[in-house]
Design a protein around this ligand. Structure first.
Ligand SMILES: [Zn+2]
Length: 351
């Protein structure tokens, strides 16, 4: 009786099992029932360090920007001016403990001058301008020998750990490659050695062939909850044409990717009746000068909610053990997201 609701699935990119025990979570919920009432957020907040014209921490004042605005983070987690670690202190603990300078570039990307909008509220052309700004950044990092990887990420909503609602994301450009990219590349290499095929391309073909988990698609991009999703509403968005990083995408491809991203996050908001929190990353190949013909860039959306008002807490199995236990089935969640349950009323007018 639990068929299709209780099983484990192999995650081919992470090369690990995900356990699904959806029979424990079968109670239906009513859309929006537990959603908190949205707080009234002003278009301009004099206390916000991201709003145009406001002073930031070290006294720098933001320009009166009208479009996408990018600046170096005032509290950088990585920086070219981080303290040097002297040569003799780099290797201790009998050669086991290593330390090095936390070198890199940390940037903040403000999507829009207005404090109260999200990328779900603005026209697709504005979302495409944000993606275009990311592409410019990637091209800059590709030209910098000290930078080997660039992680573009947005933590959206208080549930995802961001306290300032001003629409923005961050970029950490580092002299090391982030673990997910390393893992994806290793998995893709092993898959090519075993089958001769491309791992990402096979995942995209599998999802299109099955169709049940496709959430939305357009001419240049496809969005789905993968067969092996760890989070209930986890969505991957791939450009149909393979690119290792955003740097090589043309305007039409970028516009389609941006438009589909916007479509997915609008579906999130409509389904839950709230500005839906998520962690979004642009998963790309390293920018260290090597070619990465196996890599197929994609957007990864990891929402912390598994039901309205109900957070998926990472606990013993996930944090302690390292494998995910999911309470929902990807097919069911994709059906919700693609279903025509959209509630457009109450959404701010497009500007
Ligand atoms: Zn603001």
């Amino acid at each position: 009786m639990f068929e299709g609701k209780w099983e484990k699935r192999w995650h081919p990119l992470r090369e690990e099992w995900v356990v699904y025990a959806a029979h424990r979570n079968s109670r239906p919920w009513t859309t929006g029932t537990h959603a908190a009432a949205p707080k009234e957020i002003p278009a301009y907040d004099p206390g916000c360090y991201l709003c145009p014209g406001n002073a930031r921490i070290h006294g720098v004042r933001n320009p009166d920007y009208r479009d996408v605005y990018i600046f170096d983070n005032d509290h950088p987690v990585v920086g070219m001016h981080a303290p040097d670690v002297p040569e003799e202190g780099r290797l201790t603990g009998h050669g086991l403990y290593r330390r090095e300078k936390a070198a890199g570039i940390a940037r903040v990307v403000c999507y829009d001058p207005r404090h109260h909008v999200t990328l779900a509220d603005v026209p697709a052309a504005q979302v495409a301008r944000v993606f275009g700004a990311w592409r410019d950044q990637m091209r800059e990092f590709l030209a910098q020998p000290a930078i080997r990887y660039a992680l573009i990420f947005e933590n959206k909503g208080a549930l995802s750990g961001v306290s300032n609602p001003h629409p923005h994301c961050q970029i950490y450009a580092t002299d090391f490659v982030f673990r997910h990219a390393e893992g994806h590349l290793a998995a893709a290499r092993r898959y090519r050695e075993a089958t001769g095929g491309n791992l990402f391309g096979q995942i995209i073909r599998n999802e299109l062939e099955d169709g049940r988990r496709i959430v939305a698609e357009n001419g240049g991009a496809v969005a789905f909850i993968p067969f092996f999703a760890r989070y209930a509403y986890e969505v991957m968005i791939f450009p149909r044409n393979r690119h290792a990083t955003l740097a090589t995408m043309n305007d039409a491809e970028l516009h389609d990717l941006a438009a589909l991203f916007r479509e997915v996050i609008r579906r999130y908001d409509a389904l839950f009746g709230i500005s839906f929190p998520y962690v979004m990353t642009v998963q790309q190949a390293p920018v260290d000068g090597a070619d990465y013909p196996d890599y197929h860039l994609h957007l990864s959306l990891l929402p912390p909610l598994r039901q309205p008002g109900l957070i998926k807490y990472l606990a013993g199995p996930e944090i302690g053990g390292g494998n995910f236990m999911a309470d929902t089935m990807p097919e069911d969640k994709a059906a919700e997201l693609k279903g025509d349950r959209r509630r457009e009323e109450g959404r701010p007018e497009e500007a």
